[in-house]
Design a protein around this ligand. Structure first.
Ligand code: ATP
Ligand code: MG
Length: 183
């Protein structure tokens, strides 16, 4: 549990229902030993993890994101793998669009200017499909695309059965940018 004055936040790409279902359908056919599958409505791609911050910081975080004018992009998921640490089975992209890299770099920079800690490791875009898997049988890679026309700020509440996510606000990319609105 986090203290009540604090919330756990991250920026992410959230798929449309159709795109989420396509990824979930791919995951449903993977054979993972002991893995816990992430359900379709929770699938996402983390752009920048913020972590626990005082609730009072949220307006500044949202303002930073709302001021961005960045292009949209398409992610082509064509890789699958297992990170032994955490038993993470992930779907990834062999080619990451420059616009996606730029969005992450800009968000990290923005968080830095707000005095918030941010990830310094290279961005490794991935969608977590399973956790705590001990093995992944040889599998055909995904052939799933996400058209990314927005990114979101998500609140995460940790509970024993896994994190509960709440999309707090959506920020448009591309021609829609500038018309960010709350969900
Ligand atoms: P749980 O912690 O219950 O297993 P979770 O990891 O999905 O669930 P969070 O820990 O709130 O929930 O993380 C939210 C998102 O941010 C997830 O996509 C997670 O992989 C990612 N994330 C968590 N911690 C970090 C971190 N230190 N650096 C980068 N990304 C992180
Ligand atoms: Mg976690």
């Amino acid at each position: 549990m986090v203290a009540s004055g604090v919330e756990r936040l991250f920026f992410a790409l959230w798929p449309s229902a159709t795109e989420g279902q396509a990824m979930a359908a791919y995951a449903a056919h993977l054979e993972c030993r002991h893995g816990r599958r992430i359900t379709g409505d929770r699938l996402h791609l983390t752009l920048a993890f913020i972590g626990a911050v005082e609730r009072t910081r949220r307006p500044a975080i949202e303002a930073m994101a709302a001021a961005l004018r960045m292009p949209g992009f398409v992610l082509h998921f064509d890789r699958v793998g297992l990170w032994r640490r955490g038993g993470i089975v992930w779907a990834g992209c062999s080619g990451v669009p420059a616009s996606a890299e730029a969005l992450v770099a800009t968000l990290r920079h923005g968080l830095g200017t707000l005095g918030l800690p941010f990830e310094r490791r290279a961005f490794r875009p991935h969608v977590t499909l399973f956790r705590r898997a001990s093995a992944l049988e040889r599998a055909a890679p995904p052939a799933v695309a996400w058209r990314c026309r927005a990114f979101v700020l998500v609140g995460s509440e940790l509970d024993p059965v896994g994190a509960r996510y709440r999309v707090l606000r959506r920020f448009a990319l591309g021609s829609e940018a500038g018309t960010a609105y709350s969900d």
